[in-house]
Design a protein around this ligand. Structure first.
Ligand code: ZN
Length: 463
């Protein structure tokens, strides 16, 4: 398959008249620039602007179903993260495996239509509503895999170990019992999930569907089990929530004598295969130390805004060479351009400045997009993030005839899309060469939307 683009963002910068050849393995086999109109005629798809499509590095797909439902005052005097969590727990009383599969397929379809080519799913609902494991321990992991089969998205599945209800190792609360495993049962569940991912992998090329490990957080996992997860992960992706809320920092400090990022870096050799989600509560010293590890900070700016988590120390982190990527976490909104914009605007609001992460030679949009490409691919363990030979053909095309992009060239394209436009500018998305979004719509969108609507109608009645 060949794709021709009038303009494209490549590792050596913006190029014109690009012909990209994709192999049967879904990887880019050849890239040529300044090709003649005759050569351009070889392409099966011609687009105006071609970009690498990033990974969505953090998602809890099922939470999409409760988006918009937690905007009323709760019983507590102040609506907080903890109130939102109570609503999530009530929701978990009613979700069936079929519901979870339908919701996940819908979320992955929305990710594709928003420009993401791969979903790193931080998957922590494992059991039946009363906490009893399904006959197949990895039932719900298999449903995530089944959803990826329908949506066609690249997948890095991160089964989550969740042991306790807090740092004091209190038992799980009523709303948390669908998550819970001791390490031994988790290891068996992980093995089952690995087999499901391998089956999906059999119909795709190696590396297009991958496994990782996710110890939930310092609140929910013992130090011993965290070490066991590190061994289980080996060189594979290891993801963990870290330092999201002030209350969480205080709890970790009280139990472990240190702030979460401080404690983690003191007790573990944090390597580039680690992805630490949120990190919205870091001192300057922690920020510098995390940046120096080469690990990825997994930022979810829309969710962090929605939950009132706090603002990532982004300007300093990038100045120190820190790696970051983006995820949609609670999936209250699934929009790549909006995640990027929200991250930048959070820095501006805090620092009362403009173009906070731009450099002398790269615009704000370019810096953020480059970071999301590199960090996302690294966090997912996926050979992607660049229009270059050997990388997966994870690609997206933008509509250059849109009033937001008309006449734009170079980094102005990214800035126009991210700051002035939205997802409607996306015309095409490929994941590992699978052409899944055409003219802005997912090819199986009608069926996936219909199933999601049916599930949601029933859930809203029961909720
Ligand atoms: Zn999360």
């Amino acid at each position: 398959m060949k794709i021709y683009a009038e303009m494209a963002l490549t590792p050596t910068g913006w190029q014109n008249s690009l012909l990209v050849q994709v192999g049967d393995d879904g990887k880019i086999a050849q890239v040529e620039s300044d090709v003649s109109p005759e050569r351009a005629g070889e392409a099966s798809r011609r687009v105006e602007i071609l970009l690498p499509a990033p990974v969505n590095l953090h998602s809890h797909a099922f939470q999409r179903a409760m988006a918009g439902m937690s905007e009323k005052r709760g019983p507590e005097p102040l609506d907080t993260f903890w109130t939102w969590r109570q609503i999530m727990y009530r929701f978990l009383d009613i979700l069936s495996p079929d519901d979870i599969e339908a919701i996940t397929a819908f979320v992955q379809m929305e990710m594709l239509e928003a420009g993401y080519a791969c979903n790193a799913e931080f998957h922590y609902v494992h059991h039946q509503p009363d906490g009893t494991p399904y006959d197949n321990l990895a039932e719900l992991s298999e449903r995530v895999v089944a959803a990826a089969e329908q949506s066609g998205i690249g997948l890095t599945l991160l089964p989550v170990l969740y042991q306790y209800g807090g740092c004091d190792q209190r038992p799980l609360g009523a709303g948390q019992i669908r998550f819970g495993n001791d390490y031994e049962r988790f290891a068996r569940l992980h093995e089952g999930a690995s087999k499901a991912v391998a089956r999906l992998g059999a119909s795709r090329s190696e590396g297009d569907s991958l496994m990782g490990v996710a110890p939930h957080s310092l609140r929910a996992v013992s130090p011993e089990a965290l070490s066991a997860c590190v061994s289980l992960a080996g060189a594979r992706p290891l993801h963990m929530h870290l330092a999201e809320q002030v209350k969480e920092v205080e709890e970790v400090e009280a139990a472990y004598g240190k702030r979460p990022v401080d404690w983690l870096l003191d007790h573990h050799d944090v390597k580039p295969n680690w992805c630490l989600i949120h990190c919205t509560q870091m001192t300057d010293r922690e920020t510098d130390a995390l940046a120096a590890t080469g690990a990825v900070a997994g930022l979810c700016p829309i969710t962090e805004s929605s939950l009132g988590d706090g603002i990532f120390n982004g300007v300093r982190y990038l100045e120190k060479g820190g790696k970051l990527g983006l995820g949609s976490d609670s999936n209250i909104r699934i929009s790549l351009s909006e995640e990027l914009r929200t991250l930048e605007y959070s820095q501006r609001l805090r620092d009362r400045c403009r173009a906070s992460v731009a450099t002398a030679d790269r615009s704000t949009g370019r810096v953020l997009y480059d970071a999301a490409l590199t960090g996302g691919a690294q966090a997912a363990g996926r050979m992607a993030g660049a229009i270059a030979c050997g990388h997966y053909a994870d690609l997206l095309a933008l509509d250059a005839s849109s009033p937001m992009l008309d006449g734009c060239k170079g980094d102005d394209i990214l800035d126009g899309w991210i700051f002035a436009g939205d997802d409607r500018l996306i015309t095409d998305v490929w994941s590992a060469g699978r052409h899944l979004v055409i003219d802005g719509k997912h090819s199986r969108g009608e069926e996936i939307r219909r199933r999601y609507r049916e599930v949601m109608r029933r859930l809203r009645q029961e909720f």
